[in-house]
Write a protein that binds this ligand. Sequence first.
Ligand code: ADP
Length: 489
Amino acid sequence: MSRRSIRFELTFWYSLIMALTLLIVGVAIERLAYNRISASIDNSLRQGAYAIINEVALLKGDVGAAMADTQGTSLNPPPWPPRYVQLLDTNMAVVYRSRNLGAFQLPVDTLLLRRLRSGMVIAPDMKLLDRERFRVITFRMRPVKGSPIGWGQVALSLHDLDRAKRKNRLALAFIIPGAIVISAVLGRWLATRALQPIEQVNRTARHIGATNLHERLAPRPVEDEVGRLIDTLNDLFERLEQNFIQINRFSADVSHELRTPLTIIQGEAEVALKPTAAPEEMRQALEVIVDEARRMSQLVRNLLMLARLESGQQRPQLTRLSLRPIVEDLAEEARYMASTKGLTLELGRIDDAEVLGDAVLLHQLGFNLIDNAVKYTPPGGVVALSLEVAATTARLSVRDTGTGIEPGELEFIFERFYRSARTRPLGEGGSGLGLSLVKQILEIHRGSVQVTSKPGEGSRFVIILPLERISRAGRREAGSSPIGERALS
Ligand code: ADP
């Protein structure tokens, strides 16, 4: 990447545009002034020509003789601006030259004279005597009565005009480089001033690193481009910080939670490897190892899912879906899980409810609740499942006749890694993440949960989700009555 500063670019373009503007304006002004002066010179030439034509009109006979008569005095046009006059007879011979011409003779273009039957013509500017440029007007002369008696020429020096032009160019040659220098200095100052806030942002942003990710750029009092840049950067830092916290928390959680199963695996493996170990002992050790490994993989899976949901990395696919098939699937799983533990599954009403949700996540939510109900209910108990539509909400209820939850524990059960010491022997394989996932999934779906529980009698978890569309309720089976009185939402 080439190293070029915005300041340099701004200064460069500013100076260039300034120089070009000055050049264009300078040249345009010069052209305008030149054209004006040029037009006034033409006017002066015509005035001179008319003055002579008018005088000649009154003459009679040979113009040469007339000139000789008057010695040309009356034919001298007004002296200012100094005009040069030359008269020619019909043979194109010079018969009169104004005194200011001295010995010099104005050039005679015979071709032009022949073609000039009447009126006057201004020839292109010419350089005479290798000195100055002149402009010459040529005209036909004729008395009022009679045929043409010759031609007249009036010339004006362009010396003043050319000098003004030279001076102008000289001035431009000095002014433009000077202006470039001034605009470069000015441009640099302006660019520095304009970029100063960005420099400031740059310095502060560079200073923010992993150790002080909580710091933010100071907002600007005005809502300008830099202000918006600061807002964007602050948003970015916010997201970075959140992700950073998530990663740290994830690694801390993983290392903390994996320590116990890893110690168990190591201990059991050592037992199995003992030369004196009996085959039955080895088998038991391996079973424990497999159980712990399964628990670890479940834990890591849950943790990952939780971390992704919390950080927004896993974008939920929220679509309009019917909860009924999900609950029917869950019922199948619940039936199997309950039967393996000697529990009865009571299936209540399963209404048809449409919500805006992610099918995979909602399934996971239901599964976690059923898993807990099965885990924390001793054999012979009941697990009940129902889905009911009430007003504008769908209510998924998972009830059990298990150990129940102490009132003081209700506020903690949704926290990460919270596991009641009382239920720990029952909840083997649990990691304390099931209900945190439930909470996270509910947040995504704008749902809530109510928990009613009575220790020793059982618990009921009711998930409340806003309905997308209320369809006709389809009754499958009568529901059962709630147990506890305490609720958490
Ligand atoms: P885990 O079940 O893996 O321990 P959870 O987050 O799913 O973690 O649950 C947290 C705690 O809440 C459990 O340890 C248990 O004490 C309590 N709990 C959850 N569901 C029930 C239930 N149906 N009956 C009794 N206690 C429960």
